[in-house]
Design a protein around this ligand. Structure first.
Ligand SMILES: NC(=O)c1ccc[n+]([C@@H]2O[C@H](COP(=O)([O-])OP(=O)(O)OC[C@H]3O[C@@H](n4cnc5c(N)ncnc54)[C@H](OP(=O)(O)O)[C@@H]3O)[C@@H](O)[C@H]2O)c1
Length: 231
């Protein structure tokens, strides 16, 4: 039987791409969702589409994750599912072009924010003895690619963190999933990639992990467009 006792979900990076589709699909599956992204207009537009609370904020700010989680607690009461999806890659560029600012900016959003949000979520979820933290990583964390050093390093870090969290959270009854998508046709890249997966499809894979039976935890989910060969 496929029971879905988890009723509330916080989705970061919900203004576009994969996160927006996860928010739509979780809402359709009966979840009360809280959405966040940086772009105020897009947050407001999705809020009115889904009839849900939301907050526009920049997760690069040091205090943002803590402020966000406090706002979500207030709006939803309790978070059953955290989808750490917000992330970015500034550009595909050789190491010679990488700056200190690039490293710090990527770390803040791709590593620090999801770790702090997971920390806040785990405190609450552990007290309830249930919950689910989903970290959207990338198949780059299973590969080595030239001109992707900063983004890959951060996703490898999130992969390492997720492995530790799987073990730590397990003792409290909290599920943890690391998601490793290959190419998805979103605004992540400057150019469209119609040969890549649709964000709706990637979101469906993620939502399947979230709505898996209670006695199942998906620890790692790797999926790719069939055209991809970088593994
Ligand atoms: N697309 C792919 O091929 C692919 C493959 C593997 C993994 N991923 C990962 O999947 C996740 C979603 O990517 P996507 O393809 O859906 O990308 P996207 O279309 O560019 O969407 C990224 C989302 O993250 C949010 N975000 C970015 N920087 C932020 C910041 N500083 N503060 C708050 N929110 C921020 C964006 O918000 P605003 O637009 O409102 O700023 C947007 O909602 C990312 O973690 C990405 O690394 C993507």
């Amino acid at each position: 039987m496929n029971s879905t006792p988890m009723r509330t979900a916080l989705i970061t990076g919900a203004t576009r791409g994969i996160g927006r589709e996860v928010a739509r699909q979780l809402k359709a599956a009966g979840f009360a969702v809280f959405i966040t992204g940086r772009d105020l207009q897009l947050v407001e537009s999705l809020q009115s589409e889904l009839g849900c609370p939301g907050l526009a904020m920049d997760l690069a700010e040091a205090e943002a994750a803590i402020q966000l989680f406090a706002a979500v607690r207030q709006a939803l009461g309790h978070v059953d599912v955290l989808v750490n999806n917000a992330g970015f890659n500034k550009a595909k560029q050789p190491l010679a072009m990488v700056t200190t600012e690039d490293l710090d900016a990527s770390y803040a959003v791709n590593v620090r924010a999801p770790i702090l949000l997971a920390r806040e979520a785990l405190k609450d979820m552990a007290a309830h003895g249930s919950g689910h933290i989903v970290n959207v990583i990338s198949s780059v964390a299973h590969a080595k690619m030239e001109n992707y050093s900063v983004y890959s390093t951060m996703k490898y870090a999130l992969h390492g963190f997720t492995g530790c969290l799987i073990k730590e959270a397990r003792q409290t009854g909290v599920k943890v999933t690391g998601v490793y998508p290959g190419g998805v046709d979103t605004t992540f890249r400057p150019n469209a990639r119609p040969d890549y997966m649709r964000p709706e499809s990637a979101a469906r894979m993620i939502v399947q992990c979230i709505t898996a039976p209670d006695d199942v935890v998906v620890h790692e989910l790797t999926f790719r467009p069939i055209v991809e060969t970088n593994f």
